[in-house]
Design a protein around this ligand. Structure first.
Ligand code: NAI
Ligand SMILES: O=C1O[C@H](COP(=O)(O)O)[C@@H](O)[C@H](O)[C@H]1O
Length: 247
């Protein structure tokens, strides 16, 4: 079992991960919000990710960091993304290096590449389109939240190249429990199910890699993100498809 630190554990993505693989690894959780419900059963640190001392303790004896903590709002203002998403991610990486962590998995976002959609929608969301982003393209954020995610990806590149950390950046699409409405074309293309989310992060814990950028979506009929790299390098095998409606 890997010893895993999950930052931002009290949030939506953290809930999906623990709901799927909470029994499969040794977990240490960290969030600035105190634990509620089942989270209180885990080893839990209430701390801000900009608190270097807290991170030093939280990363001790950890093999893998799943770094989710941050301001997730596409409309977030610069001061918030600067502090939480950029300064905070830098502090997590620095603590990981100092504690001898092996891997960091960074929750990046579709918003790091949002501007690729501008002149191509809505046809890229349709099954006939062969347009794909595959993770090799440069970031093209449409908001400063997306800028902060691109910055997090570049921080990972630095910590991989200069400090030897294994890093995978997951450009998560849109995590929702239920299927997106069938007529919501962008949502259909971007969907990541809870089950596939937990599986993808589990693969990032278990697989070996150097520096990767992959897309976090389910195997949706409508997609403009390729999941080939996640399949090839991580062994990602999504089970869900936004087109398979249960209602
Ligand atoms: N939910 C989604 O569909 C997507 C999420 N993401 C990213 O995944 C990550 C998790 O997102 P969600 O779970 O949806 O957000 P969330 O807001 O539900 O959870 C984030 C958690 O991080 C904590 N947090 C925020 N700033 C912190 C700080 N400075 N120190 C310590 N804890 C802090 C919050 O208390 C919260 O519990 C975020 O980085 C977000 O940008 C990316 C793409 C899509
Ligand atoms: O990064 C994120 O992206 C998702 C999906 O973006 P949207 O523009 O389709 O809403 C968003 O729901 C989430 O809050 C955010 O962290």
């Amino acid at each position: 079992m890997a010893r895993v630190l999950l930052t931002g554990a009290a949030g939506r993505v953290g809930t999906a991960i623990l709901g799927g693989i909470g029994e499969d690894h040794e977990w240490r959780l960290l969030d600035r919000d105190p634990p509620t419900g089942d989270l209180a059963d885990y080893e839990y640190y209430v701390a801000d990710i900009t608190d270097e001392a807290a991170l030093q303790t939280a990363t001790e004896d950890i093999d893998v960091v799943l770094h989710l903590a941050g301001d997730p709002r596409p409309e977030a203002p610069w001061d918030s993304v600067l502090t939480n998403n950029i300064d905070g991610t830098h502090a997590v990486y620095q603590a990981a290096v100092e504690s001898g962590v092996e891997k960091v998995v960074f929750a990046s976002s579709n918003h790091a590449v949002g501007a690729y959609e501008t002149d191509r929608k809505p046809h890229i969301y349709r099954t006939g389109s062969d347009y794909r982003l595959d993770g090799t393209e440069l970031p093209r954020p449409k908001n400063v939240y997306g800028v902060s995610k691109a910055a997090g990806e570049t921080l990972g590149r630095y910590y991989h190249d200069m400090h030897g950390l294994s890093v995978v950046n997951i450009r998560i699409g849109n995590l929702t429990k239920g299927h997106p409405p069938i007529d919501y074309e962008r949502g259909q293309a971007m969907w990541l199910s809870y089950r596939d989310c937990a599986h993808l992060f589990d693969r990032c814990i278990r697989a070996d890699y150097g520096y990767e950028i992959v897309y976090g979506i389910s195997d949706n009929d409508r997609k403009y993100y390729s999941i080939d790299r996640a399949r090839d390098v991580l062994g990602y095998q999504p089970q869900d498809n936004s087109a398979d409606h249960d209602d």
